[in-house]
Design a protein around this ligand. Structure first.
Ligand code: GRF
Length: 188
């Protein structure tokens, strides 16, 4: 599931294509019908589902549209790769310990409400932290609070802007996520 540029989504698909990760991506769900992640999915022939408050204004229809996709494909893991909306609780309950997310900070720092996208990196710089990074964690009902599976650290340099720091963290994310998926899947 993804909402934005889809660089994490693409990084995972590419590792599958290169044979580093023995997996199949069955579908992409996005809340954003016009995003990079959807373009990548279409280019790879992966089925895409646009499910949002606009496509499904009725909350019950919205939730059942998501569950319908899960029922159709019966996946082992659900990977959130820059999915910017809270998942419906019914999805989380449907797949306990089977939903992974990536967050652009060293959780538990800079997680939860308000800490998304560039705001995370702005807060890290404002706090004069000397290191930041990315975290892959299991999704639980409390946002950004599920069990941490892996982290990658980067330095925060004196002249960093939030955008420069974001790019440094994102580069790490691309390497961290597929490896963590591989390690976690091997334990299941
Ligand atoms: C990443 O920084 C990820 O940690 C966060 O959203 C961003 C998604 O970037 N959850 P992309 O769409 O994968 O390029």
């Amino acid at each position: 599931m993804a909402s934005g540029g889809g660089s994490n989504f693409k990084a995972i698909i590419d590792r599958i294509g290169e044979g580093d990760l023995d997996a199949q991506c069955k579908f992409l769900i996005s809340n954003n019908g016009n995003c990079g992640a959807m373009e990548h999915a279409r280019a790879y022939g992966i089925p895409v589902y646009h499910i949002s408050g606009k496509t499904h204004p009725d909350p019950a229809a919205y939730e059942s549209a998501m569950l319908d996709v899960l029922n159709l494909y019966n996946v082992d893991l659900l990977i959130l790769a820059g999915y910017m909306k809270a998942l419906p609780v019914c999805m989380i309950q449907r797949m306990p310990n089977r939903i992974l997310n990536i967050h652009p900070s060293l959780l538990p720092k800079y997680g939860g409400k308000g800490f998304w996208g560039i705001h995370v990196h702005e807060a890290v710089i404002a706090a004069h932290d000397t290191e930041s990074g990315a975290t892959v964690h299991l999704v639980s009902e409390e946002i950004d609070k599920g069990r941490i599976l892996a982290q990658a650290k980067v330095p925060v340099l004196p002249d960093d802007t939030p955008e420069v720091l974001a790019a440094r963290v994102l580069e790490q994310e691309h390497n961290l996520y597929w490896k963590t998926i591989k390690e976690y899947a091997a334990q299941l």
